[in-house]
Design a binder for this molecule. Structure first.
Ligand code: NAD
Ligand code: UDP
Length: 319
C-alpha cells in the first residue's frame, strides 16, 4: 500500500483550477476525497466527470462556521487566485484566507490531521531579492489593491507557523508560483489563459506594460506533484517550500510563444500596468528539491502543448 492508498483527504477549494487536478490525483491513488467549495471561482461540472465512488462534494463557504469531516489530511486551496477575482471582493478574500484558514486549522487540530496550506509567491510581493528564497521576508505594499490577497496569505502563514510553534500542529506550507494548465477558464484573467484564448480567437494579445516583467510558470501537473509530496514527506512538517518552476520568462516572451503555438500572427497590444504588479519572480527551489525530492519536469513549450489539443475548458467561457 502506498502512502496515499487509504487516506481520507479534505480539499478546500477542490473545484478550482489546481484543486481539481489535486482531487483527481488523490482519487486515483485510492484515497477518499471531501471537496469543500463555494463555487465562487470554481466549477462543479468537471468534478462530476470524476469517479464518484470515493468523492464527496459539499457546497460550503469556509469562512462561515461549518462542521468539517474527520480526515487524515487537509489541503487548503480555497481562495481566489487571479488578481481580477481576488480584487473584485477584497473583504471576502480576507475572510476566506483568515477565517477560513483558522477554521480548517482548528479541524486539523481536532482530528490530528496534517494541514497543507496553498500559500503563494505573492508573499514576496515585488521582491527585492532574486530568485526568491523561503527565508526572504518579502516586499509587499500593505494597503495596495493586491494586499487583500498578499497580506491575508501572509497572515495565514503567520497563524499557521504560530500553531506549529505553540500547538505542535502538523502544518506544511507551499508557496506556489504561477501555475498554468488545462482547466483554466478564459475569464480567469491570468496571463496564460488570457493569451491562449486571445490567440485562438484571432484577437490581439493584451500585455500589461512593456512586457519586460518576468514570471516563472509551472505546469499544474508539477505543482500537484509538489503538493502531494508536501502531504506525504515527514520532513515537510513545520516547513515552508517554494513550489514552482525556476525557468524565468518575460511576459512578452510568453505572449510570443503562445502566438507561435496557438495563433495566426496575432497583434500584441500594450496596456496600462496594474498597480503593484511585481517586476520579477523566480523561485529558488533547492529546499523542495532536497527535502521533498521534488523537481518540476514539464518545460514551458511542452506544458503549453497540453492546452493545444483542448478547446475546453480554457475556452469554456467567453472573454
Ligand atoms: P481558483 O480560483 O481556480 O480556485 C480556488 C477555489 O477556491 C475555487 O474553486 C473557489 O470556488 C474556491 N473558494 C474561494 N473562496 C472560497 C470560500 N470562501 N469557501 C470555499 N471555497 C472557496 O484558484 P487556483 O489557481 O486553483 O488556486 C488554488 C490555490 O492555490 C489558491 O489558494 C491560490 O491562492 C493558490 N495559488 C495559486 C497559484 C496559481 O498560479 N494558480 C499561484 C499561487 C498560489
Ligand atoms: N498580464 C498581462 N496580460 C494579461 C494578463 C496578465 O500582461 O492579459 C501580466 C500581469 O500584469 C503580470 C503577468 O502578466 O505582470 C502575470 O499575471 P497573472 O495575472 O497571470 O499572474 P500574477 O500577476 O498573479 O503573477
Amino acid at each position: 500500500m502506498t502512502f496515499w492508498g487509504n487516506k481520507s483527504v479534505l480539499v478546500a477549494g477542490g473545484a478550482g483550477f489546481i484543486g481539481r487536478h489535486l482531487v483527481e490525483a488523490v482519487l486515483h491513488s485510492g484515497s477518499k476525497v471531501y471537496v469543500l467549495d463555494d463555487f465562487s471561482t470554481g466549477q462543479e461540472e468537471p468534478l462530476k466527470a470524476l469517479d464518484q465512488t470515493n468523492l464527496i462534494v459539499q457546497n460550503c463557504d469556509i469562512s462561515q462556521p461549518t462542521t468539517l469531516p474527520q480526515v487524515d489530511i487537509i489541503y487548503n486551496l480555497a481562495s481566489p487566485a487571479s488578481p481580477v477575482h481576488y480584487q473584485s471582493d477584497p473583504i471576502r478574500t480576507w475572510k476566506t484566507n483568515i477565517l477560513g484558514t483558522l477554521q480548517l486549522l482548528e479541524a486539523a487540530q481536532t482530528y490530528a490531521a496534517t494541514f497543507v496550506q496553498a500559500s503563494t509567491s505573492e508573499v514576496y510581493g515585488d521582491p527585492l531579492s532574486h530568485p526568491q528564497k523561503e527565508t526572504d521576508w518579502g516586499h509587499v505594499n500593505p494597503v495596495g489593491p493586491r494586499a487583500c490577497y498578499d497580506e491575508s496569505k501572509r497572515a495565514a502563514e503567520t497563524v499557521l507557523m504560530d500553531a506549529v510553534r505553540t500547538l505542535d500542529a502538523d502544518v506544511r506550507i507551499a508557496r506556489i508560483f504561477n501555475t498554468y494548465g488545462p482547466g483554466m477558464t478564459a475569464s480567469d484573467g491570468r496571463a496564460i489563459p488570457n493569451f491562449v484564448a486571445q490567440a485562438k480567437t484571432g484577437k490581439a494579445l493584451t500585455i500589461h506594460g512593456d512586457g519586460t516583467q518576468t514570471r516563472s510558470f509551472c505546469h499544474v501537473s508539477d505543482t500537484v506533484a509538489g503538493l502531494l509530496r508536501l502531504g506525504e514527506v515527514p520532513a515537510a512538517r513545520g516547513e515552508i517550500f517554494n513550489i514552482g518552476n525556476s525557468v524565468e520568462n518575460t511576459i512578452l516572451e510568453i505572449a510570443q510563444e503562445i502566438v507561435a503555438l496557438f495563433g495566426n500572427g496575432n497583434d500584441i497590444v500594450f496596456e496600462n500596468r496594474p498597480v503593484d504588479d511585481p517586476q520579477r519572480r523566480r523561485p529558488d527551489i533547492k529546499k523542495a528539491q532536497d527535502l521533498l525530492g521534488w523537481t518540476p519536469k514539464v518545460a514551458l513549450r511542452e506544458g503549453l502543448m497540453t492546452l493545444l489539443d483542448r478547446d475546453e475548458p480554457v475556452l469554456a467561457d467567453t472573454l
